[in-house]
Design a protein around this ligand. Structure first.
Ligand code: ADP
Ligand code: MG
Length: 240
C-alpha cells in the first residue's frame, strides 16, 4: 500500500532522513520508534506530503504522492493523520469539528456528514459528547474525537504521531483501546509511539530509527526480545 524508497530530507545542513526505505502492506500496522530527533515525525509527514523530501519516492497504491492526479485533496482524503496535540477547533462543537472535512473535502450534505460523524463518534463511545466543545472534554476524550475526525474522511491509511504523549497516564489506555479497535477493522496504520508496550502489543512490524535511518526492522517479539543492532539495544535498555 505504501512504498517508500530512498527517502532523504535535509533541514538546512542537517540530514534528518537518510535514504529510508519502507513498505507497508494493506491492513498492516507498522510502529516507528526511536529517540527524540531521530526523524520519526518527518518520515510520517512525508507520507501525506506535509513535508517534501529532497530525494526518494513515496508511492501509495503504486501512485507517487506528488502525482498531479491526486488533485488538491485526494491524498489527504486517502491518508489521515492525528497528532499529539489534538488540534481540534476550540470554537466548534465536537460534531462540527468532525463534519467540517467531509462537507468541504468530500462534498457531503449536512445530513450525510452528520450521520457519518455520529457513526465515527459511536465507534469510540463518544456520541454523547457531540454537542460539547473541546474544552469541556478530557484529553483522552479530545484525542478520541481527533481520531473520529480523521476517520470521518474514510482514509485508507492512518498516520498517528505520538497520539498518547500529551495524555495523563490514566487516559492513555482509552485512546490505545480506540486504536486497537481500528486495527481489528483492518485499517492500515503507521504509528509513531514512545509507548513500547503499545508497539509490542499492536504492531505487525516495528522500525527503530536512529539518526534518520531505519537501523532495525522486525516483528515486535524479535525486536524487543532480541534486538540485533547495538543502537536498538542501547535505546531499549535506556527505557528500562
Ligand atoms: P522525531 O519525531 O523522531 O522526534 P523529527 O522528525 O521531529 O524527529 O525531527 C528530526 C530532526 O529534524 C530534529 O533534529 C529536528 O530538530 C529537525 N527538524 C524537524 N522539523 C524541522 C523543521 N521544520 N525545520 C528544521 N529542523 C527540523
Ligand atoms: Mg516526533
Amino acid at each position: 500500500m505504501i512504498e517508500i524508497r530512498g527517502l532523504t530530507k535535509y533541514f538546512g545542513e542537517h540530514l534528518v532522513l537518510d535514504r529510508v526505505t519502507l513498505d507497508v502492506a494493506k491492513h498492516e500496522v507498522v510502529c516507528l520508534i526511536g529517540a527524540s530527533g531521530s526523524g520519526k515525525s518527518t518520515l510520517l509527514r512525508c507520507i501525506n506530503r506535509l513535508i517534501e523530501p529532497d530525494w526518494g519516492s513515496i508511492r501509495l497504491d503504486g501512485v507517487a504522492v506528488e502525482d498531479p492526479s491526486w488533485g488538491k485533496t485526494g491524498l489527504q482524503r486517502r491518508v489521515g493523520i492525528v497528532f499529539q496535540s489534538y488540534n481540534l477547533f476550540p470554537h466548534m462543537r465536537v460534531i462540527d469539528n468532525i463534519m467540517l472535512a467531509p462537507r468541504k473535502v468530500r462534498g457531503l450534505s449536512r445530513v450525510e456528514a452528520h450521520d457519518k460523524a455520529m457513526a465515527v463518534l459511536a465507534l469510540f463511545g463518544m456520541e454523547r459528547f457531540a454537542r460539547a466543545y473541546p474544552e469541556q472534554l478530557s484529553g483522552g476524550q479530545q484525542q478520541r474525537v481527533a481520531l473520529a475526525r480523521a476517520l470521518a474522511g474514510e482514509p485508507e491509511v492512518l498516520l498517528l504521531d505520538e497520539v498518547t504523549a500529551a495524555l495523563d497516564p490514566e487516559l492513555v489506555g482509552e485512546v490505545m483501546a480506540a486504536i486497537r479497535g481500528l486495527k481489528a477493522q483492518g485499517l492500515t496504520m503507521v504509528i509513531v509511539t514512545h509507548e513500547m508496550g503499545f508497539a509490542r502489543d499492536l504492531a505487525d512490524r516495528v522500525c527503530f530509527l536512529d539518526g534518520g535511518r531505519i537501523v532495525e526492522e522486525a516483528p515486535p517479539g524479535a525486536l524487543f526480545n532480541a534486538p540485533e543492532h547495538p543502537r536498538t539495544r542501547q535505546f531499549l535498555e535506556r527505557l528500562l
